[in-house]
Write a protein that binds this ligand. Structure first.
Ligand SMILES: [Zn+2]
Length: 365
């Protein structure tokens, strides 16, 4: 019996991956062929032992051979179970890194190395980032971190629209601008910072207000829209244009110590901004940052989260903040989420469904 088992073991080792790899193959024989040969041999041995017990194979009995068979089946089942567990733990798309890493230059592989090793981004995600076009409305508090992280992350084309100039009062939070650029156009200042950060990004500055006449054309040129504007007219216009062009809108807002964030994408079943805030607040209820004040690092938190959501959308990683409003209360260090639903009578996305309003509604810069 020992000799037969040894022969089977030698066959298993010689035809498996151990020797196969030396000949540039995964294995000399596939797993199913190897198992079929072993199983066939076992059946033959069992048959012979049954017909003439004790005559061959060192006198081993049928019972002994059957015990070996049961043990073999148990070990096989255990390894199959392990294999299944392993394949469940592994992501379905493990091949993109190898496949698309070749499409990235040596320089890109180095520059974005920490992205490429992330399972959810990998070479494919990084390639998608380099092809992506993102429009950021407002180069202020929210735009500052969002723009810088998007450029650093390798987003290929970044549009910035803002009609304002850098003011001394901006510098407490709008960290894309510097002291010596006071009086400079914000889009120009932002462009200088982004190009210094990552010269391989195509930065497109639009020094003007985001107005109805150009809004739809502009939004249509981009894949993802980020709203970091500081007034409700712009917010509602950005939302209408994003809905009309079926583009996801990453929307952030701030007030004093509190920030909020959501991803509106009615083309994928989520509410739009107007579903949640159907009407602008009455004057005085949502004072501007200039009137109410805003904590300097707060737009850093929310703007960075906007960049996170944008990268997730582009790389199809995780779950975007769809149907949810994330609220961050900096004063108490608390975050919470409110579930959002489409409003059946929404004037903008005309969806059907239940509605839910939130008491929170704020502007930002
Ligand atoms: Zn809506």
């Amino acid at each position: 019996m020992a000799r037969i088992l040894l022969l089977a073991l030698i066959f298993w080792v010689l035809t498996g991956p151990w020797l196969g790899k030396r000949f540039g193959r995964k294995a000399m024989l596939t797993l199913s062929v190897r198992m079929a040969v072993i199983f066939g041999g076992y059946i033959v041995v069992l048959g012979i032992t049954f017909v003439s017990p004790g005559q061959m194979f060192g006198g081993s009995s049928l019972i002994q051979w059957m015990s070996i068979g049961i043990m073999g089946a148990a070990v096989g089942t255990y390894f199959r179970w392990l294999d299944r567990l392993r394949s469940k733990a592994e992501p379905e798309d493990t091949q993109p890194i190898e496949q698309t890493a070749a499409a990235l230059s040596e320089f890109e592989l180095q520059r974005y190395a920490r992205h490429i090793v992330l399972r959810e981004i990998g070479g494919l995600g990084q390639k998608n980032l380099s092809k992506a076009r993102v429009l950021v409305i407002g180069a202020g508090g929210l735009g500052s971190p969002a723009l810088q992280y998007l450029a650093a992350a390798g987003v290929g084309t970044i549009g910035i629209i803002d009609d304002d100039t850098v003011d001394l009062t901006n510098l407490q939070r709008q960290i894309i601008h510097t002291d010596d650029r006071t009086g400079m156009d914000k889009v120009r200042s932002a462009q200088l910072t982004l190009e210094a950060l990552n010269p391989h990004v195509d930065v497109r500055p639009y020094k003007r207000r985001f107005t109805e006449d150009i809004a739809l054309d502009l939004v249509s040129e981009y894949d993802v829209i980020l709203d970091g504007s500081d007034n409700f007219d712009t917010r509602y216009l950005v939302n209408r244009m994003a809905v009309a062009s079926k583009k996801p809108l990453v929307s952030g807002a701030l007030s004093q110590w509190e920030g909020q964030l959501s991803v509106f994408d009615p083309a994928h079943g989520t509410p739009c901004y107007a579903c949640i805030f159907p009407d602008p607040p009455s004057p005085g209820l949502a004072p501007s940052c200039a009137a109410a004040g805003v904590l300097g690092p707060l737009p850093g938190v929310i703007g960075s989260m906007m960049a996170v959501e944008t990268v997730k959308l582009i790389c199809d990683a995780g779950q975007p903040l769809h149907n949810e409003l994330l609220i961050y209360d900096a004063l108490w260090g608390e975050t919470r989420k409110i579930n959002l639903k489409r409003r059946p009578d929404c004037q903008v996305c005309g969806s059907t469904g239940l509605s839910q309003t939130s008491t929170i509604s704020s502007s930002s810069d």
